[in-house]
Design a protein around this ligand. Structure first.
Ligand code: COA
Ligand code: AMP
Length: 628
């Protein structure tokens, strides 16, 4: 069946389509219902099915003759460590660590926070939670203690799993110190912290609360997978919204497992035995879906890379990994390739390696700019495939479904909606836009299996943020259009979310921190274009009258505060002082206008603006800054 037929079948009768696909996985109890609704009217997939995600990723393959195949490759240029685990070895490790968690009282439905660097134990921890039916919540290691504390309060974990340190190129990041700080800041008290000691920096353990990972593991007995309901949460993954409080996206077990199997085969064209490398971090959704669950459930070999695209040690790092492990498909963020291109514009490193096994390059996480697309295509000669998705969906909404039919790609487009996603472009009043007309990208309900089940402990936010704008649709938060051939172009967020080096951040959260500075009267933070990172935050601030502190000192305090509270990845470097901010007559700051002015785009001054003269003032400040 070609793409169009498969897509149409999924839209015409979603229940029949996904009922057939449910046989992609091994259930303990096959679902008799494919699509149903809960008491609030939200769609549920496979409601009465039973399964275990850790079993599907591990034991299933051992039982089916893949026990000796490599499941996980750990490649860490920053520590010079290279290890491989077969499916049998990984199953044993996960089963034993699940035993360790069980001994701390972790059981089905209990939450466990994982705050770890890119080491195999992070994967082992996730799968061990899944084995027990516990709900993991991985927090990206680049987040500061305050962010971790927010997540501890929201998820209320019984246990936190961490490591003594992370390594950023040559810098050692003391994770344990950040963890202690976060636990001290959080109102919710955890029962235990389990710390993996790394030789680069051993951490001091707090007696009675902290456990040594290696010791605890050595004392534990392996446990078998616990059957869970398809609708039981597998994990909570926090993502940035428009406010300072992150949203805990809930992913179920059953729909997710089917989506992972379906997407590995159809979106990425991967079969059991293939080597798949998602060069991302387990702290992001890409890491959840395509470092851990997707490739392992599909019986592939997955690569866990603790390094950067450049500087570890050079811009050939990605190609070295691809050659060394005979990687068949690589997936990363455009920013990673922009960093490579900057250091190796003629792609000399690419030609130094034998990459005959590499079939395709997949990109997502931010817009794939045409320059990077063309650079990659020209120098690698490989299909370069952009695909668009979000933490909320867990897998690609639009892409080139190479496992069904490889469609021609177009620069700037994420190709076509993936089967299951009824993508529509709507105007403000909810009417469908004609081809080539921009609007809000919405997905008609029901979304396919694997997408968010809700926001942890916040059904109101789920409804208000995603479902209330257009009745019967999911609001993606992105703007874009479909062309005459049905190709989707994503043009950027329509809310206050920005994307810095593939990392999703909230400008609203940054504004809260900036405004809290004693000398700031008000501020606006927007995402402005950046050659390497795609976007970076920029703050315009209005200082209070009578402030005598030198502005550069205030700016530096603000930079440090953002770094301290959110983390280094927020990198609010651009701060400018203005006399006033452009606002509507009702007092709403015109952030879009500021962004357009900063990016040198054409803009229209809204008729609702409070004072039109302010445009000239802001424009002068931005021009002055740009001329430096
Ligand atoms: N733990 C601790 N700190 C981290 C971190 C982590 N896991 N990840 C990033 N940081 C820190 C960095 O050390 C840096 O700190 P610094 O300001 O003290 O130097 C800061 O956060 C910003 O990091 P980053 O945004 O990664 O910028 P960079 O200049 O170090 O590297 C790239 C630029 C393009 C090489 C890098 O951003 C990259 O590899 N991006 C790909 C992103 C990606 O894979 N995203 C996943 C979506 S698919
Ligand atoms: P995250 O939830 O961190 O994966 O970020 C999701 C957001 O990143 C989306 O809503 C988009 O704004 C952006 N994004 C992800 N992939 C793409 C893509 N291929 N093209 C354009 N934007 C993308």
């Amino acid at each position: 069946m070609g793409y169009h037929n498969e897509y149409q079948a999924s839209i015409d009768d979603p229940a029949a389509f996904w009922q057939e696909k449910s046989s992609l996985i091994q259930w303990y109890k096959k679902p008799s219902k494919t699509l149903s609704r809960d008491e609030n009217g939200h769609y549920l997939w496979y409601a009465d099915g039973e399964l275990n995600s850790s079993y599907l990723a591990l034991d299933y393959h051992v039982e089916n003759g893949r026990g000796e195949q490599t499941a996980l490759i750990y490649d860490s240029p920053v520590t010079n460590t290279y290890r491989q685990f077969t499916y049998r070895e990984l199953t044993d490790k996960v089963a034993r660590f699940a035993g360790a968690l069980q001994s701390l009282g972790v059981c089905r439905g209990e939450r466990v926070i994982i705050y770890m660097p890119m080491i195999p134990e992070a994967t082992i921890a996730m799968l061990a939670c899944a084995r027990l039916g516990a709900i993991h919540s991985v927090v990206f290691g680049g987040f500061a203690a305050h962010e971790l504390a927010l997540r501890i309060n929201d998820a209320q974990p019984k246990v936190i799993l961490s490591a003594s340190c992370g390594i950023e190129v040559e810098k050692i990041i003391p994770y344990k110190t950040l963890l202690d700080d976060a636990v001290a800041q959080a109102e919710h008290q955890v029962d235990a912290c389990v710390v993996f000691q790394r030789q680069q920096l051993e951490a001091e353990l707090i007696p009675g609360r902290d456990y040594d990972w290696q010791f605890l593991e050595s004392q534990s007995e392996p446990v078998a997978p616990v059957p869970v309901a398809a609708t039981d949460p597998l994990y909570i993954l926090y993502t940035s919204g428009t406010t300072g409080t992150p949203k805990g996206v809930i992913r179920d077990n059953g729909g997710h497992a089917v989506a992972m199997r379906y997407s590995m085969a159809n979106v990425y064209g991967m079969n059991a035995g293939d080597v798949f490398w998602a060069a991302s971090d387990v702290g992001w959704v890409v890491g959840h879906s395509y470092i851990v669950y997707g490739p392992l459930m599909a019986g592939c070999t997955t690569v866990l890379y603790e390094g950067k695209p450049v500087k570890t040690p050079d811009a050939g790092a990605f190609w070295r990994v691809c050659q060394q492990y005979q990687v068949n498909a690589i997936f990363s963020a455009p920013t990673a390739f922009r960093a490579i291109c900057k250091e190796d514009p003629d792609a000399r490193y690419f030609r130094q390696y034998d990459l005959s096994q590499l079939k395709r390059i997949f990109l997502a996480g931010e817009r794939l700019d045409p320059a990077t697309y063309h650079w990659l295509k020209r120098h690698t000669g490989l299909p370069v495939i952009d695909h668009w998705w979000q933490t909320e969906t867990g897998w690609a909404i639009a892409g080139n479904p190479v496992g069904i039919e490889e469609l021609p790609t177009k620069a700037g487009s994420a190709t076509c909606p993936v089967p299951g996603f009824n993508v529509q472009i709507l105007d403000n009043s909810g009417r469908q836009q004609a081809a080539n007309e921009q609007g809000s990208v919405a997905i008609k309900l029901p979304m396919p299996p694997g997408c968010l089940q809700g926001i942890w402990k916040n059904p109101e936010r789920f409804k208000a943020g995603y479902l209330a704008t257009y009745e019967g649709y999911y609001l993606s938060g992105d703007g874009g259009y479909l062309d005459d051939d049905g190709y989707l172009y994503i043009m950027g967020r329509t809310d206050d979310v920005i994307n810095v080096a593939g990392h999703r951040l909230s400008t609203g959260e940054m504004e809260e921190i900036v405004s809290a500075h004693q000398d700031v009267a008000e501020c606006a933070v927007v995402g402005v274009a950046d050659e390497l990172k795609g976007q970076v935050p920029m703050a315009l601030i209005v200082l209070k009258n009578g402030v005598t502190t030198p502005t550069e000192q205030i700016f530096e305090q603000i930079r440090q505060e953002v770094r301290q509270q959110i983390g280094a990845l927020a990198c609010l470097k651009k701060i400018h002082q203005v006399e006033r901010l452009p606002k509507t007559r009702s007092g709403k700051i015109l952030r879009r206008l500021i962004r357009q002015m900063a990016d040198g785009e054409e803009y229209q001054v809204p008729s609702t603006i409070d004072d039109v003269e302010i445009i000239g003032e802001i424009s002068n400040v931005l021009k002055l800054v740009a001329s430096f």
